[in-house]
Structures are given as C-alpha cells and as structure tokens.
Ligand binder design. Structure first.
Ligand code: NAD
Ligand code: NA
Length: 396
C-alpha cells in the first residue's frame, strides 16, 4: 500500500517501514563514520526501539561490535495497518546487525512485568551468559506494578500552582498561552512509580540475583534537566520528582553492585523531539528555539550524536567517567551553555505566531517529528507501493 502520515493531535497513526529502515541505516552510518569505541560487548537495552534507547543499541552494536538484546513495547503490523515505528526500527536494526555478523535479538512486551524480565533473563542465560552494560531508556505514560497490581499513570503537571506560559502547536505554528493546573491527589507518587527508578532497580536486582551481570558491569539511565523556562512543568514538576528518584536510585544500585565492582549512572541528555517530548506543553516551543540557536552555533545534535558522545567521551575514555557534583553524566552541556540559554531566553520573549517560522526552527522540529515515524527521509520513495508486513518474522 501507499503509506502516508496520518496525524491525530500530537501523534502520527502510521509509520513507514522503508523510512524507519532509512533512519536506522543513517544512524549506523554515523556511528561507523566516528570510528570504533572500546565499549561493552554484551549489552541489554531496555527501551531499545526509538529515541535514545535505539541510538544506544546502534552505538553499542556498530561502535563496539556488541551483541545486543533489545526490550521494547511496540505494535507489530497487521494486514492493512502499519506497525508502530519502533517495531519497524527494530526489524531494520536486527537485519543490519545480522548482515554485519552481530548477535541481535529482541523481546517485545511490557518491561515493567515479571514475565518480560524473566524472558530476558532466560535469553541472556541461554545466549550471552552475562551482560556488561544495561541501558535503561523507558519512556511510558503508564506502569502496571508487578507486585501490587496497581496501574499507575504519570502526569506532566506543575506542583503547587498553575503554570502559565507560551506554547506552540508545531503543526500550525500558532503560538498561544497555555495554563497548566497543578497536580493533585496521588499525581506525584504515580509519576514517580512510572518514571522513577524502582523498575530500573528491579531489573538490576533480577539480573544480579541470577548472576547475569559481568564483573564491572555498568548500567545507565537517562534523565533531563533543562532551563528555568521549562522548570515549572518539567524539572520542578511531577516528572522532575520522578527524575529526582531515578537519579537517587543510581546510588542505591551502585551500592548493591559493590561486590561485582559494578556502577550505575544517570546521563542527563539534551532536549530532543521524540514521541514523548512533543506531547508536553511549552517544550516544543523551547525545542524549536533551541534547535535554531544550536544549529547556528554548529552544536546541534540528535539522539545518535548524543549517545556517540556519551560512549566515546564519557563512558569509554579509558579513565574515570566525568560527572557533575551530583554524580550525573552531562551530555546536555552544549544545550545548557550560558550563551545558548541567553539567546534562547531572548527569543522566547519575542516569539509570536507571526515570527516563529523565522526566529525558531519550526521546520527542523517538524522534520524531526515526521522522521520519528519514518517520513520525510531522503532516498525513500514515498509514492511506491510498500509492504507494511515487511520483516514480520524477524521479531518474536
Ligand atoms: P521514546 O519514546 O523514544 O522511547 C521509549 C522506549 O521505551 C521505546 O523503546 C518504547 O518501546 C519503550 N517502552 C515504553 N513503554 C514500555 C514498556 N511498558 N515496556 C517496554 N518498553 C517500553 O523516548 P526517549 O525520548 O528516547 O526517552 C528515553 C529516556 O530518555 C526517558 O527516560 C526520557 O525521559 C529520557 N530523556 C529524553 C529527552 C528528550 O528530550 N526526549 C531528553 C533527556 C532524557
Ligand atoms: Na528510548
């Protein structure tokens, strides 16, 4: 069939298999162009199908020649209905990895569940013996707690008072004012339950209990801080509490890995267009201004550039991993540069519907958004009849 983007609000209901494949191939080419990284050889990526997790899987495989197991929650294709992009990404990744002679297997299911954890442990035991790197890159709005059976929903709300600021509908370019009511009830606890560190620790405990972590194993989870502009809705909001919890969990995991000399890190990454971030009010306006400035300064990065730098210049330099005063790895350093933030803050003051196309990078934002779903890639024939069932046998 001919596959076109079909938008509903902030999501796209379709995905293009050839475009997703192109996305994966472009990322692989980038990693190859940057040379070998002396990194981990057996890697588990939880949240491996899109965004930072996919970039991590690609960097491990094609930068360090690693065997990878990827865990994710994606929709396979049905006759006449496309898969979710992460499914096509993963099918394409496995193909490319296998062509390169690299071990790559995937588990598609709920990473919060005991069943998927056990399936993953069994696969590691059978095929890899142990892993030496575990990347934790889940972004989810809900978590069914495996012990209590409670379904937790995360919310993106300020804490304490209503937050009013500018936002943009990136499809139309219309800038408007938005007010977000403060959280209430159990919103904070629920958001921490979904996006905090409990599940990360459960994964590491389960791996360790079955002796599946190699001596000196490392685990890394991803966090975000961002500027004062977005603080009320992000870092000082409900999601920020979850990130505080995630960051604190790195220390408890490190303690629990002392006997195998293992270490847990949180890496603070830069703001990027992903399915998760485009749904947060205010953030898309910030990102479109940030992209403009970072591109002008020649320091713009996507997920793959960020993770390549994380591996090569932070994790695997041959000496100690550099961290900030709170023990966090910072690859948001260029985003947070004072000169960059000053320029973004100035543009923020000026931004209105009439000038945003010019002073912001709405075009770049939209392109990245379409790219998430495999659209708008060079070298893909979008007019061609395309088989949505492509590679359907490769992922269990
Ligand atoms: P994403 O939506 O692109 O990726 C989420 C991944 O989690 C996908 O592989 C998805 O399949 C998987 N997933 C979701 N629910 C699952 C479940 N129940 N079981 C198994 N897999 C599941 O998101 P992303 O932006 O790459 O985010 C990854 C991490 O990076 C998050 O912790 C996020 O907060 C952080 N981060 C994001 C940004 C940003 O700007 N996007 C910046 C800094 C840090
Ligand atoms: Na991810």
């Amino acid at each position: 069939m001919i596959i076109e983007p079909r938008m509903r609000g902030f999501i796209c209901l379709t995905a293009h298999p050839k475009g997703c494949e192109q996305n994966v191939k472009n990322q692989i080419e980038y990693i190859k162009s940057k040379g070998a990284i002396e990194g981990a050889k057996k890697v588990l990526v939880i949240g491996a199908s899109t965004g930072f997790g996919l970039a991590s899987r690609i960097t491990s495989a094609f930068g360090s020649g690693a065997a990878t197991i990827g865990v994710f929650f994606e929709k396979p294709p049905l006759e006449g209905k496309t898969a979710s992009p992460g499914w096509y990404n993963s099918a394409a990744f496995e193909n490319e990895a296998h062509k390169a002679g690299l071990y790559a297997k995937s588990i598609n299911g709920d990473a919060f569940s005991n069943e998927v954890k056990q399936q993953t442990l069994d696969l590691i035991k059978k095929d890899l013996g142990q892993v030496d790197l575990v990347i934790y890159s889940l972004a989810s709005p809900v978590r069914l707690h495996p012990v209590t059976g409670v379904l937790h929903r995360s919310v993106l709300k300020p804490i304490g008072s209503t937050f009013t600021n500018k936002t943009v509908d990136f499809h139309s370019g219309k800038v408007s004012e938005v007010s977000i009511e403060p959280c209430s009830g159990d919103d904070i606890e629920n958001t921490i339950a979904v996006m905090g560190g409990e599940d990360w620790a459960m994964w590491i405990d389960a791996l360790k209990a079955e002796n599946l972590l190699a001596p000196g194993a490392t685990t890394v989870a991803y966090s975000y801080i961002g500027p004062s502009l977005t603080e009320a809705v992000y870092r000082k909001g409900t999601i920020g509490r979850a990130k505080d919890h995630l960051e604190a969990t790195a220390f408890t995991i490190t303690d629990s890995l002392e006997d195998i000399n293992g270490k847990a890190y949180v890496s603070v990454n830069k703001a990027l267009v992903t399915q998760a971030s485009s749904a947060i009010p205010v953030i898309p306006l910030y990102i479109s201004l940030l992209y403009k400035i970072m591109k002008e300064e020649g320091i713009h990065e996507g997920c793959i550039e960020q993770i390549q730098r994380l591996y090569q210049q932070r994790l695997y330099t041959g000496s100690d991993v550099p961290t900030d005063e709170k023990g966090r790895i910072r690859i948001d350093d260029w985003e947070m540069r004072a000169d960059v933030q000053e320029k973004v803050a100035k543009l923020w003051e000026q931004a209105v519907t009439e000038n945003l196309e010019e002073i912001g990078d709405l075009e770049g934002y939209r392109k990245d958004f379409y790219n998430l779903f495999g659209f708008d890639f060079e070298g893909v024939d979008y007019k061609a009849d395309t088989n949505e069932m492509v590679n359907v046998s490769s992922i269990a």
